[in-house]
Design a protein around this ligand. Structure first.
Ligand SMILES: [Zn+2]
Length: 259
């Protein structure tokens, strides 16, 4: 079964796609993936995202510097991101955020890169794609001080943080993590969240569903995610999950239905 899929967070510019990138993307479109957003995580990968978005009509770009790249930025990194965000194929600032997974993470350095990008998104009236790993409390505090519209990508925090993000008006990117046994909190949030805040994403090539663990993830694997979401909610079909997420993505990222 294939659905009208949208994958709002991908990294098709990664080297693991170097040998067959265009073939894979063409195949995704043929299989019913109607919209892909390729996410930058640094200045170079943001450039690659914009180039990729110019090469495929159904691919769009998100540009930004993510927290683990915050330590190595060049002096003019923000100007470079702003220039890329101005491209007609760029639809969001991201992925940006905070990552405290490593105990020695330089939190101040991450914040120095995160906050100016939140401000850039506000100035340019673009949505943000937020990376939050083990940083929920600081994330909520930062977003209270620097309001943004957009999404928490690859949401996988405790349920109470999911509800807090939803209360702040943010959407949640739900992906293959929901197919793994440790997804209890994620399932609790997905069961109760308003459907107009639901977005689908793989974070490919990094996160395949459990049934394909170890494989290179691609957007068509969201089939299993929409089926799981429909199953845990019980009030919506997989087709409706896919269609709702596609409509939400087009609305958030201001992408027309021309394709
Ligand atoms: Zn990512």
């Amino acid at each position: 079964m294939s659905y009208a899929l949208s994958d709002v967070h991908t990294h098709y510019d990664e080297t693991v796609f170097d040998t067959d990138r265009d073939a894979v993307l063409t195949e995704m479109h043929r299989k019913g993936v109607e919209l892909i957003i390729n996410s930058g995580s640094s200045v170079p990968s943001s450039k690659r995202s914009v180039i990729l978005a110019h090469q495929h009509d159904f691919v769009w770009a998100s540009v930004g510097v993510f927290p683990l790249e915050a330590y190595t930025v060049e002096a003019d990194w923000l100007e470079q991101i702003a220039a890329l965000a101005d491209d007609e194929r760029a639809v969001a600032i991201g992925e940006i955020g905070l990552d405290y997974f490593q105990p020695d993470a330089d939190r101040a350095a991450q914040e120095r890169v995160f906050i100016p990008q939140l401000e850039l998104a506000q100035t340019m009236q673009l949505p943000v794609v937020i990376h939050d790993r083990d940083a929920d409390e600081d994330m909520i505090r930062t977003l209270r001080n620097h309001p943004a519209s957009g999404m928490i990508h690859r949401f996988f925090s405790k349920a109470r943080y999911g509800f807090a993000f939803l209360e702040m008006g943010l959407s949640l990117g739900i992906g293959p993590a929901i197919t793994y046994p440790n997804a209890g909190d994620l399932i609790e949030v997905v069961r109760q969240m308003p459907l107009d805040r639901l977005l689908l994403e793989t974070d490919c090539p990094f996160l395949p569903p459990q049934s394909k663990e170890g494989a290179r993830a691609t957007s068509d694997m969201l089939d299993e995610v929409v089926e799981t979401i429909a199953q845990v909610r019980g009030d919506i079909s997989p087709e409706q999950v896919a269609q709702t997420a596609l409509t939400n993505a087009r609305r958030m990222f201001k992408i027309g239905e021309s394709l």
